[in-house]
Design a protein around this ligand. Structure first.
Ligand SMILES: [Zn+2]
Length: 459
């Protein structure tokens, strides 16, 4: 199951001037509210978190009255800003954004609350019994005040649904049903973060194709991991003497150059989870880590394309335009791929030859050289760049251009040279030893060659 959802702003908005206190700039609402859903949901929680920590230092405010704002989601799943409800009472803004619930909505909430309290009781019971079955947990406490809080702080007291200590880590289990609001979720996160406790939100069920805002407010902040308990997980807990849950988690995957989240469900045990109280995350699979790697790869492939475009267009010529273009490419690459050190002049030293050889081998025709055919490039490599023949040869093979070279070699020169190269490498002739100084760049130009470069190191 793949998901890829973008947030949407409401068509009309009461507050249209939102000031970012960090940058001092107005927020472009269309851009801010049209980003990937997970990012907007995380920022929605961040706004409430910052207000909870220090209401004097808000992040986003109404530009007209400077009251902190919150991000509200409508029934139609669209986003818009409102003054923070506490501030709305105190502040006098020319625009009122007070939300009002109709009598019908209130009845609906009451009805859901009653219906949920039964489900709540049942889930709490399953969690408690699963923890009792777990040999590595202390006795679970149900609806008991989180111990160790100073009496003076009793206004902050929390009663987690179930709490337990597992391998020295205190964990609160909270049942998530649709009536848990963002302010409550954020309040608990802040509380457990300060008290070095972990929190595991437990769902009754989960369908990644039909997620509710109240679920999204939790799992986007929890590394895209969702935990579900039911009669079947309880049975597994009791059989294995380890607390069992079902875990739904997303993995970012690239399709057509864009990132999609693939959702998978696995049966997991509490002792398999990574618990990070500082960031208030408990997870089985680390979405954020993989996401960073995937984004790095995407930016690498974009950087590679612009490098190749430059080389194809300019590297065979000597003109002022090429120099200016190289300066731009080099600066962009410094940001996108800081580990690749590019020379100030693209024609310098062995650099120009090495890049031209590799790209020619990759594409099957001369790139960076004013030469007629691939065969001429191969002969240039043999005459001047023996230390890159190993990488050159593997690139030809990996990109399927060996036969092309044979076809062009009507005089048999290259065939004779291939024999010399092969013998030279077998005898470990120093002239053919791979020069590793450009390995990172080689791997960047031809990522498929990484393994071969690593093998050459043993020589
Ligand atoms: Zn205002």
């Amino acid at each position: 199951m793949y998901t890829r959802e973008f947030a949407q702003p409401t068509d009309t908005m009461l507050l249209t001037a939102i000031l970012d206190m960090e940058t001092g700039l107005d927020v472009d609402l269309q851009v801010f509210l049209s980003r990937e859903l997970g990012l907007v949901i995380k920022d929605r929680a961040e706004l409430v978190s910052r207000y909870t920590r220090n209401r004097e230092a808000p992040w986003l405010v109404c530009h007209l009255c400077t009251a902190p704002v919150i991000l509200v989601r409508t029934k139609g799943r669209r986003f818009h800003f409102r003054h923070h409800p506490v501030e709305e009472v105190e502040q006098k803004c020319s625009i009122s954004t007070r939300g009002q619930l109709s009598a019908q909505q209130i009845n609906c909430i009451k009805y859901n609350a009653a219906k949920e309290s039964l489900a709540h009781l049942k889930l709490k019971g399953i969690i408690r019994d699963s923890l009792i079955a777990d040999e590595n947990c202390t006795e679970p406490l149900v609806e008991v005040v989180w111990k160790g809080i100073r009496l003076a702080d009793r206004a902050q007291w929390r009663k987690p649904d179930v709490q337990v200590e597992h391998a020295g880590q205190r964990i609160a289990f909270e049942v998530q049903l649709s009536t848990t609001y963002l302010t409550e979720i954020v309040g608990r996160r802040e509380f457990y973060r300060l008290n070095n406790g972990a929190i595991i939100w437990v769902f009754q069920d989960f369908d990644p194709s039909l997620t509710r805002t109240s679920e999204e407010d939790i799992f986007y902040l929890n590394n895209y991991n969702v935990f579900v308990v039911n009669e079947a997980t309880l049975k597994r807990s009791q059989e294995s003497k380890r607390m069992a849950m079902d875990c739904w988690f997303a993995t970012p995957e690239v399709k057509n150059g864009q990132i999609y989240d693939r959702w998978v469900k696995e049966e997991v045990f509490l002792d398999q989870l990574t618990i990070n109280p500082k960031d208030q995350k408990v997870y089985y699979r680390d979405y954020e880590y993989v996401r960073a790697v995937v984004e790095q790869l995407l930016s690498a492939s974009a950087a590679r394309q612009s490098f190749i475009d430059f080389w194809s267009r300019h590297a065979a010529n000597d003109c002022r335009e090429a120099n200016a273009a190289w300066t731009t490419i080099r600066e962009n690459m410094r940001i996108a791929m800081p580990e690749l050190l590019l020379p100030a002049d693209h024609r310098s030293g062995k650099f120009h030859g090495m890049v031209s050889l590799m790209l020619s081998a990759r594409f099957g025709y001369p790139v960076g050289y004013n030469l007629p055919r691939l065969l001429n490039v191969a002969n240039t490599a043999f005459d001047h760049y023996k230390e890159y023949l190993y990488a050159f040869g593997w690139t030809l093979r990996l990109y399927g251009h060996e036969q092309l070279l044979k076809d062009q070699d009507t005089k048999g020169t290259w065939a004779r040279r291939t024999k010399i190269i092969k013998e030279g490498m077998e005898k470990h002739d120093e002239a053919f030893r791979q020069d590793p100084s450009f390995n990172k760049l080689l791997a960047f130009l031809v990522p498929e060659i990484c393994d071969k470069l690593a093998q050459a190191r043993a020589w």
